[in-house]
Ligand binder design. Structure first.
Ligand SMILES: [Fe+2]
Ligand SMILES: [Fe+2]
Length: 270
């Protein structure tokens, strides 16, 4: 089965793995349902990969092993000339878990991994080309630049941006759950705003260490990201891509840090 895909900008394809129903996140926690939640619908925290398909092609992240045949079939169907680059943001299973299967299907692809850290044996990242912030790969009209992960989830971690479309790919930052009816929809197509409490449902579970950080320092770093990159599109690893008001959502994430700090860890991702 191919994975659901949608173009978010010319040549940039969002590939999604919605994952299981996680309605219990809300049912277990709230007495009253938030406006963005529908008890009659399912709730998902997705995994995303992004395919940049130009003169050369680049896949950013791999989806989880539950989607192994799907991601390989999706790429095989889409790529006439094979895959040129496979970039892994960090060695977490939902991001890197299909690296070997993809390299087996596309043996000419160059594996690209973060230059940071030294525990690369997992997923064979020690064999990869290592990239650091500022390094670029030109794909034709599209060109990616690697960006330091401001809020890393692993010692080995890199973010990416695409320069011509001004798209930022911040894995795992800016994840959030979506309802079944919102699958493959952009937030501008949702019935409700992308609110702080919805963003907290992800950050309070995955980036739960926000409860220990210096809120002012994180706030300043978010301001720096907005100022330095001014992305038109934000394409997160666990949230539907934001194509309108992307910097507004980034700014809203400052309140997320304060909320996690105030209320503590929301729960796990189970
Ligand atoms: Fe992660
Ligand atoms: Fe993740």
């Amino acid at each position: 089965m191919v994975a659901p895909t949608r173009e978010i900008a010319p040549g940039i394809h969002w590939i999604a793995e919605p994952g299981p129903d996680r309605s219990h996140f809300i049912e277990d926690q709230y007495d009253r349902h938030p406006a963005w939640y529908d008890p009659a619908d399912s709730l998902h925290v997705p995994q995303h990969a992004y395919l940049l398909d130009d003169e050369e092609s680049l896949l950013f992240d791999t989806l989880s092993p539950a989607c192994k045949p799907d991601i390989v079939e999706t790429l095989t169907e889409r790529l006439d000339d094979g895959l040129d680059y496979l970039v892994v943001s960090h060695p977490d299973v939902p991001h890197a878990g299909n690296a070997m299967a993809i390299l087996e299907a596309f043996p000419d692809a160059t594996l690209v991994a973060p230059a940071y850290g030294n525990a690369h044996a997992l997923y064979h990242l020690d064999d990869a080309v290592h990239v650091a912030a500022g390094d670029t790969i030109n794909l034709g009209a599209l060109e990616v630049e690697f960006v330091e992960a401001s809020f890393p989830d692993a010692p080995i971690h890199i973010w990416m941006r695409e320069l011509t479309t001004e798209t930022l790919f911040p894995v795992d930052w800016l994840g959030y759950p979506h309802r079944g009816v919102e699958t493959m929809a952009f937030p501008a197509e949702f019935d409700t705003e992308l609110t702080v409490d919805r963003l907290v449902q992800f950050h309070g579970r995955v980036l739960f260490w926000f409860q220990y950080v210096d809120v002012d320092a994180v706030t300043a770093e978010i301001d720096r990201l907005i100022q330095d990159f001014e992305p038109v599109i934000v394409a997160p690893g666990h949230g539907n891509p934001i194509r309108e008001g992307a910097t507004d959502v980034m700014a809203r994430a400052k309140e997320v840090v304060a909320a996690v700090q105030r209320d503590g860890r929301v729960g796990t991702l189970g």
